[in-house]
Design a protein around this ligand. Structure first.
Ligand code: ZN
Ligand code: ZN
Length: 436
């Protein structure tokens, strides 16, 4: 369902400032399965789920068990020219560590095992509170942590990376999936289900109390016009002090009217990622050694090789994920940043959709990094056939992380801001009308 266009009344229902476009709207009382969308940018303002605590605990616990089962057994087995090899999940990261690619090894451990495990454990800890009738210690801090971890979860991207790696070496060897692979696949599905059933509103009502309406808040105007802002963690509408800063009254997180130096940070990250994009594309991401012959492979060479051997769907996936998405993200964010400087923004919805897309697809570029990590760990048959990582993969991972950070630092509300609002809000808050 969609929230009807807000009418300026002092309603007892909580008002929400959209974290994407800053419009303050009234959120109706929702039943399980319903969602309220922002009338201006259609972003989800609130969503109700049925029995969120029970479902989150059930799915998160199952996901943790599946992750635990994915660690000790064989993940993938590999047989080429009479030589057999079985690899566990943790070997993908450990092999990189042995080859002095510490940063990459850390990234893989962190993205596919440690971070999801922390996320699931924190989810269980917080949601068991209402089920077992206890108040979790440091619940606000854990609640904020949960929200901040979400963009960095890479388990589903890794799983696609596994499938792509298998296609890459299918012509060279016989591949078998072990118990750990199936456990990891189950973990990914359960993990996605956990994030789907999580009701952040419900959770924050338990953690920080109900979302109480603000006396001065008016629907139909922007947060900026009222010197208010929506909390990006718990969505509560908050009043800011005279220097446009404050703390959330529900989750205690630090707030600003707009993200601190959003454009400068975004542009700095974009420029760095453009510089890194050059070695990422020109340096080899891995070197394949077969019977003493070494052939370094860049991202593009890998795509051409796949295309040439008839695996064009995989070639297309890698080309889009590794070449098109990073450059499209850089161009899109650069263009959006430039547009923010225009005095009167036009077609903000179109720009907002472009931004949402860059945010959504960014982490999928990590596929090729995972492919290299897996191939390096798996194909270690000495002089018969071995794969070694190349410096290009570090630069490439850098591009993906920097563009993800750039998207996070960019404040989408700037796309909707009207320069006159700031002046209006200053006038209004210097001399409040006091009509509320
Ligand atoms: Zn909105
Ligand atoms: Zn908050």
């Amino acid at each position: 369902m969609t929230v009807s266009h807000p009418i300026a009344t002092s309603s007892p229902l909580p008002l929400r400032a959209c974290t994407e476009c800053d419009l303050v709207s009234e959120v109706p009382r929702l039943s399980p399965g319903e969602a309220a969308h922002c009338p201006r940018c259609h972003h989800v303002l609130a969503q109700r789920h049925n029995k969120p605590a029970t479902h989150v605990v059930a799915y998160a616990l199952s996901a943790l068990i599946a992750l635990g089962l994915a660690l000790p057994f064989t993940f993938i087995s590999f047989e080429a020219r009479g030589v057999k090899r079985a690899m566990g999940l943790s070997e993908a990261a450990n092999t990189l560590l042995q080859q002095h690619y510490e940063a990459l090894s850390f990234l893989i451990w962190w993205g596919i095992i440690i971070l999801p495990a922390i996320y699931l454990s924190v989810s269980i800890y917080l949601h068991l509170g209402p089920l077992w009738n206890y108040t979790p210690v440091a619940r606000r801090g854990f609640g904020r942590l949960l929200k901040r971890m979400e963009p960095w979860m890479m388990a589903d991207v890794f799983l696609i990376g596994v499938l792509v790696s298998m296609v890459k070496i299918l012509a060279l060897a016989e591949i078998g999936f072990g118990v750990s692979f199936w456990a990891y696949a189950a973990f990914v599905i359960l993990m996605l289900k956990t994030t789907r059933v999580m009701d952040h509103d419900w959770l924050w009502t338990f953690i920080g109390g109900p979302d109480r309406p603000l006396r001065h808040a008016r629907a139909g105007r922007t947060g900026r016009q009222q010197n208010m802002t929506g909390c990006p963690v718990c969505y509560t509408l908050n009043e800011l002090d005279s220097d446009q800063r404050g703390h959330c009254r529900r989750c205690s997180g630090a707030l600003r009217l707009r993200k601190y130096r959003s454009l400068q940070t975004t542009l700095a990250l974009l420029v760095t990622s453009i510089i890194l994009y050059i070695p990422a594309m020109t340096l080899p991401i891995m070197t394949v050694t077969t019977l003493g012959d070494s052939s370094p492979q860049t991202v593009i060479a890998g795509v051409m090789h796949l295309w040439g051997s008839g695996d064009w769907p995989i070639a297309l996936i890698i080309f889009v994920a590794s070449v098109v998405i990073p450059i499209a993200k850089i161009l899109a964010l650069g263009w959006l940043s430039w547009k923010v400087w225009r005095p009167y923004p036009s077609r903000p919805l179109l720009r907002h959709r472009l931004y949402s897309m860059t945010e959504l697809i960014g982490r999928w570029s990590m596929i090729d990094v995972f492919v290299v990590a897996l191939l390096v760990a798996l194909v270690r048959l000495g002089s018969v056939m071995s794969i070694y990582p190349g410096l290009g993969v570090i630069a490439f991972a850098g591009v993906v992380i920097l563009t993800m950070l750039a998207a996070i630092c960019f404040d989408p509300r700037l796309l909707w801001d009207n320069p006159r609002d700031q002046q209006d809000s200053v006038n209004e808050f210097v001399a409040p009308t006091g009509t509320s």
